[in-house]
Design a protein. Structure first.
Length: 394
């Protein structure tokens, strides 16, 4: 049987800025690493590939050298062909990935041009599917070469994921690949490639732009919708949500997540707010702004703390999209019962029954966070809504 030719590409810089509050990685990778960020994109790809590890004898992985794909493919025992060599990524095949996290220079030596050159090389290899890990910037780079020439599927690893070419979680991307290998009838659809201006994003302004479309497997359970644009305009509803949360505040620490719904609470407290970051308040006073993952752990260690978060409209993610400062270590420290989800009923209805999603980067934690939550939708007004198993295994 002819092997399934899987193009594999990892942007090792993807997601670096999230945990240290930089709201992206474009142009700030060195700063992010200096602040203590660790590359995670290869681990996200590993989560996806684990779903098809039993199919190794049927898969031929075609990839780029080092941490752009070769390392993880060889480490996991896949038949691997390297067709592109990045100068900054020369290494011994099967290098210990724990060492990869320490080798910051290798990661920094990868560039946007490396991604594009790798895609060009992969495009000449008669691939059945190109699987890539990154964020919206990576999707744009892939699109600039591929257009609609071959089917693609993204493994979400970036800070911002607005494009519709990604699985809703890394394992969801792996499940789509497994469906293809199982011979299930999977149609193709076109999905938007979106990106935002990170410079404006860091200043609290979202400027999203559609760059084009790529072909992706049409499996709506596992492939995410494009993020809904626009801000919540129903000021009365937002005021009611804010009143409910503020009434519950005592001397506990409150971590205030990103998004316009949470921003409405900060506005009602007359506190400055980092719209696209994470702030911390206590006794209704601001004690830290635009904090990093490590700072959050230090501020809240051993202290009663609650987390206020909202969902991304159209997608349903409450963790893992634009709020990587909320690390698995922090969520475990807080506990599920100390998570307050706020959302308008309009946003919930727009999901059309789809569950909320957590994609923290820790699969075991994601499973532990499943279940029904009391979502605050107004003043003393609540809706029970499900956070689903992120693997979506029925």
């Amino acid at each position: 049987m002819k092997p399934f030719r899987l193009g594999l590409l990892i942007n090792p810089l993807a997601g670096l800025g999230g945990s240290v509050g930089l709201k992206g990685s474009d142009g700030v990778a060195e700063e992010a690493l200096a602040k203590g960020a660790e590359p995670k994109a290869h681990l996200r790809m590993q989560q996806a590939l684990e779903l098809v590890s039993a199919y190794k004898d049927r898969i031929q992985i075609v990839t780029s050298s080092g941490c752009m794909g070769e390392d993880i493919a060889v480490k996991m025992g896949f038949n691997t062909q390297v067709v592109h060599h990045c100068i900054g990524n020369q290494n011994q095949p099967g290098a210990d990935l724990s060492e990869l996290n320490k080798s910051t220079q290798r990661v920094l030596n990868t560039t946007q041009q490396d991604t594009r050159d790798a895609v060009k090389a992969l495009l000449d290899q008669s691939l059945d599917l190109l699987l890539f890990a990154g964020g919206d910037g990576t999707a744009r780079d892939v699109y600039s070469i591929v257009d609609d020439a071959i089917p693609v599927l993204g493994v979400p690893a970036g800070v911002k994921i607005h494009s519709g070419v990604y699985g809703i979680t890394p394992k969801a991307s792996g499940l789509v690949l497994k469906m293809l290998l199982d011979g299930e009838l999977v149609s193709l659809m076109t999905a938007d490639v979106m990106d935002i201006d990170e410079t404006a994003f860091r200043q609290g302004t979202v400027k999203a732009k559609r760059f084009g479309e790529m072909l992706v497997p049409a499996e709506p359970r596992y492939v995410q919708a494009v993020k809904m644009g626009g801000k919540e305009t129903d000021e009365l509803v937002l005021a009611d949500i804010a009143a409910d949360v503020i009434e519950s505040m005592d001397d506990e620490i409150f971590i205030m997540g990103s998004g316009s719904t949470v921003a409405a609470i900060m506005d009602d407290l007359y506190l400055d707010n980092t719209l696209l970051g994470v702030d911390v308040i206590q006794d209704k006073q601001l004690i830290a702004t635009d904090v990093t993952a490590q700072e959050l752990l230090q501020i809240t260690s051993g202290k009663p703390t609650k987390l206020v978060i909202t969902l991304i409209g159209g997608q349903g993610h409450v963790l893992g999209r634009g709020n990587q400062q909320l690390s698995p270590a922090l969520i475990k420290q807080l506990g599920k019962d100390n998570i307050l989800i706020v959302a308008t009923k309009t946003k919930l209805k727009a999901l059309e029954g789809r569950p909320l999603i957590v994609d923290s980067g820790d699969p075991e934690l994601d499973v532990a966070l499943t279940g029904y939550y009391k979502v605050i939708t107004g003043y003393h007004d609540y809706v029970m809504y499900q956070v689903a198993n992120p693997d979506l295994v029925e």
